[in-house]
Write a protein of this length. Structure first.
Length: 215
């Protein structure tokens, strides 16, 4: 008998992910489930089911029907669909098109998908996945795009990759903000939200020195 919609829960989602990803390794030879678990640890409880299952439609043979039968909600299923990167194009342009698709998504599951994708990208900045051909996705640029989507619509630019050097868009080298500062306040709790608001005020405050120079 199928489970009730939305009854899957984080613990059962974890067990399901561990079973589906058993023995799977990424291009670097690391267990896929290790990355999945780190992503799940980064998200709030409400997003944990999707976080545990965010790789299953792309890298396992499980069907959407089977996931629904386990108790996955339709909103969670749509989030998983949004997270699937079709075609596996190994280039920056294709990867960023996928990220912007998630950033612009509306309706059921869209916010869940963004929350999990932000955690996924933040985790990949710390533990980058480098393909056999040497290519690694622009994780930092993707994270910045999704963080911007949390407060405003994402604008398309003719060449979004030219504004950052290859090292910085991939998250390599020094970056002036810690990763937590790139995480939207709604995902970080009240204290972080207040900190974010203080930072916003500091950023938007006029520069008195610059003003005096201008005069």
């Amino acid at each position: 008998m199928p489970a009730l919609e939305g009854s899957l829960g984080a613990e059962r989602a974890q067990a399901l992910a561990e079973r589906l990803h058993q023995g799977q390794q990424d291009a670097a030879g690391q267990p896929v489930i290790a990355h999945v678990g780190r992503v799940a640890a980064r998200v709030p409880e409400t997003a944990r089911v999707v976080a545990w299952l965010h790789e299953v439609l792309e890298s396992t043979p499980v069907s959407e029907e089977a996931l629904l039968a386990e108790g996955l909600s339709f909103g969670e299923l749509r989030a998983l669909r949004l997270l699937v990167r079709s075609g596996h194009l190994q280039n920056d342009i294709g990867y960023m098109a996928h990220v912007r698709h998630i950033a612009r998504a509306v309706g059921s599951g869209a916010a869940l998908a963004r929350t999990v994708k932000r955690a996924d990208l933040a985790e990949r900045i710390t533990n980058p996945r480098i393909r056999s051909n040497g290519w690694s996705p622009p994780y930092l640029l993707g994270l910045m795009t999704l963080v911007g989507a949390g407060a405003r619509s994402v604008k398309t630019s003719p060449s979004p990759l030219t504004s950052l050097s290859p090292a910085r868009r991939h998250g390599v080298g020094r970056y002036p903000l810690p990763l937590v500062a790139l995480q939207p306040a709604e995902d970080r709790g009240d204290s972080a939200r207040e900190e974010s608001q203080r930072s916003d005020r500091a950023v938007t405050a006029p520069d008195a020195t610059a003003s005096s120079r201008a005069r």
